[in-house]
Design a protein. Structure first.
Ligand code: ADP
Ligand code: MG
Length: 298
């Protein structure tokens, strides 16, 4: 393609909300035959909500949620925001909505959070976080986890002073058009893969809904980047689509990094292409534009 064609291509992209950072990014996109998608905030809307609570201890919901919110209010995680937002419901009549004080807050990346609230040790997170603290998970908690995961929800466990106290089910639905975008990519002979820090059960359910068969779950940020490199080593030209801090090593490793515009600054910084409208159709727009520029179709 001539420099003029590349300029036209990036210009057309920009007018459609697809920001292409230079000619190299536009050129690489037409060779892509494999796309790695992050789950939360990329395939899903990324604004999770609490949809179910199971109490395992004899306590009132208001107190239960005060202890959790006091812990989670110190976390930036979308799940933390969902939990704190939901907890506010139980104190709507309150004049002073401040949460109880939390000491010794600790965030365990990819697992959850803990703190001391009202002299009780509060742990909120996934199964491995609870097991790492040698806390027994009763059968009814396991059942609720499995049920949540089967419905593509994320189950979050809560322990108070070393004993399981409750389970929350959190739902983060697919973006509109996600399923269609994956099916169009399939017809373009492009393989789609999902990587996520979320658990296998939820990841498999979301994969089924969106039509992605190849999944990597319970992945750490380095493992997302490793997966990209592994695919490249087996001959694929790989695009990575992501929105989060967790995704930036993979966005850099990919042949084409695509950031969701509504995502974190660090993801946008790390990417070659920014999807300003934050929708998945624009992954196709970007590849189409590159193919047209470099194959002179139409
Ligand atoms: P993703 O890649 O899907 O954005 P993360 O790697 O950030 O996921 O988190 C993985 C899992 O760790 C979450 O699905 C959740 O179970 C648990 N987790 C992480 N942060 C928190 C938190 N602040 N509160 C509760 N659970 C959390
Ligand atoms: Mg994400």
């Amino acid at each position: 393609a001539t420099p003029t064609a590349v300029m036209v291509g990036t210009g057309v992209g920009a007018s459609q909300g697809v920001l292409i950072k230079g000619g190299q990014a536009l050129e690489s996109a037409h060779k892509v035959d494999c796309i790695v998608f992050d789950k939360t905030g990329t395939l899903t809307i990324g604004k999770p909500v609490v949809v179910n609570t199971k109490l395992l201890k004899n306590m009132v919901l208001r107190e239960f949620y005060e202890l959790i919110a006091a812990t989670e209010v110190n976390s930036e995680h979308p799940l933390a925001k969902a939990i704190v937002g939901y907890a506010k419901k139980f104190r709507e009549d309150d004049e002073n909505p401040a949460w109880p004080e939390a000491r010794d807050f600790d965030s365990i990346t990819g697992h959850g959070v803990k703190a001391i609230v009202r002299n009780k040790e509060i742990i909120v997170g996934n199964k491995s976080l609870i097991l790492d603290h040698n806390i027994t998970i009763p059968v009814d908690a396991e059942d609720m986890l499995a049920e949540a995961e089967g419905m593509a929800q994320t189950g979050i466990l809560v322990s108070i002073d070393g004993e399981m106290a409750g389970v929350l089910a959190i739902s983060d639905p697919l973006k509109p058009g996600a399923e269609e975008a994956i099916s169009i990519l399939k017809s373009m002979k492009i393989k789609s893969i999902m990587v996520t820090g979320d658990n296998w059960g939820t990841a498999n359910s979301i994969g089924k809904e969106v039509g992605i068969e190849t999944i990597v779950a319970e992945a750490k940020p380095e493992q997302k980047a490793e997966k990209v490199k592994e695919l490249q080593a087996s001959g694929y030209t790989v695009a990575m689509v992501g929105d989060g801090i967790n995704d930036s090593p993979a966005l850099v490793a990919a042949d084409v990094g695509m950031a969701i515009g509504a995502g974190t600054d660090i993801a946008i910084e790390a990417a070659d292409i920014v999807l300003m409208k934050s929708n998945l159709e624009d992954v196709i727009t970007a590849i189409d534009l590159s193919r047209r520029t470099f194959f002179h179709i139409r």
